[in-house]
Every structure is written in C-alpha cells, then in structure tokens.
Write a protein that binds this ligand. Structure first.
Ligand SMILES: Cc1cc2nc3c(=O)[nH]c(=O)nc-3n(C[C@H](O)[C@H](O)[C@H](O)COP(=O)(O)O)c2cc1C
Length: 160
C-alpha cells in the first residue's frame, strides 16, 4: 500500500513515533513517504491559520497518517490547518496519531481526536480510529512499540 505520513513535531516526540511507524510499515513491504509539516513563522496554540513551507499532497496515496502533538488540550493548529489545506484527502483512509505530555484522560487527547476526525470527515476521508500516546518526559520502548502496532494494524486493516 502507498502510504503518506505527514507529521508536525516541535520537540521530536511525535516525529519519533512517526518514524517508528514508517519503519514498521516498510518492514511489512509497504511504500511509505514521510513529510514533516513545516509552518511559516512562529505558531502558538491559538493560531487561527497556519501557512506552510511545504504542503504535502495526499493525491498519490491510498492512506494518510497525520500526526502531531497536543497543544493546550487540543490538536496543534499546525495539524488542523494542514488538514484544511492538504489536497487529495477525499476518499483516502486517514488516521490521526498524537503525543501528549499528560496521561490520556487529562491531556486533551479526546478533544483533539474529535476535532481532527471532524476535519478529516469534512475533507471526505475515510476516518480510521486514531491513536494517542502519552509521552511524558520519556516513553518506554514497550509503550512506543504498542502504539506502532496499533497504528499499523488499523491502517492495514487485516491486509498486513
Ligand atoms: C505549546 C504547547 C502546549 C502543550 N499543551 C499540552 C497539553 O495541553 N496537554 C498535554 O498533555 N501536553 C501538552 N504539551 C506537551 C506536548 O503535547 C508533548 O510534549 C508532545 O509529546 C510534544 O510532541 P513533539 O515533541 O512532537 O512536539 C504542550 C506542548 C507545547 C509546546
């Protein structure tokens, strides 16, 4: 399967998850491209609109994974703005993954998942169940591997 991984990461945690997922999918024989979402200028949690130095295009992919950190109890505006602007999301399988500092219930991950699912639906994607990983100060290999496994199983949906 041809898969695009589009990720926003300020301090590297979500990028590490994205790269681990990419590696695992490639090991299974899939054709995976990773693109970092790179905003123009400084972005804050409340930024209403973000412009990009490189806007990925989902047209050539069968599935798209979009990842980013939780900021101020919701998805980073880099991710939400990107989804509104990325062409070619219609009809594509789309999965959102996030990392947070706080543990699940208090991190804002539910709110972020709901917000991003809504935006992906508006873009016409086939929205898959997302994945939230509480990173804290340090994430064990076991927890990272478990998130990778979950994401791979969801996007491949039995196709392995
Ligand atoms: C501006 C800002 C706001 C944040 N707000 C939250 C938050 O509301 N809840 C939370 O659990 N973590 C919050 N964090 C922590 C990040 O979500 C967490 O460290 C994440 O793993 C960072 O991902 P990254 O390294 O890919 O940027 C925030 C971080 C930043 C920089």
């Amino acid at each position: 399967m041809k898969i695009g991984v589009f990720v926003h990461s300020k301090t590297g945690n979500t990028a590490r998850l994205a790269l681990a997922v990419t590696h695992a999918l490639r090991e299974k024989g899939h054709d995976v491209a990773v693109e970092l979402l790179r905003p123009v200028g400084k972005v804050n949690p409340g930024s209403p609109h973000v412009e990009f130095r490189n806007l990925p295009d989902a047209t050539g992919y069968e599935a798209v994974l979009v990842g980013g950190p939780i900021w101020a109890f919701s998805a980073s505006p880099v991710v939400t703005s990107a989804i509104k602007q990325i062409p070619g999301l219609k009809g594509k399988k789309a999965l959102y993954f996030l990392t947070s500092f706080l543990p699940g219930p208090v991190s804002g991950c539910k709110r972020a998942q709901a917000r991003v699912s809504g935006l992906l639906q508006e873009a016409g994607s086939v929205v898959l169940e997302g994945c939230s990983l509480s990173w804290g100060l340090w994430c064990s290999k076991k927890r990272l591997d478990s998130a990778v496994e979950k994401i791979c199983a969801t996007v491949l949906g039995g196709a392995a």
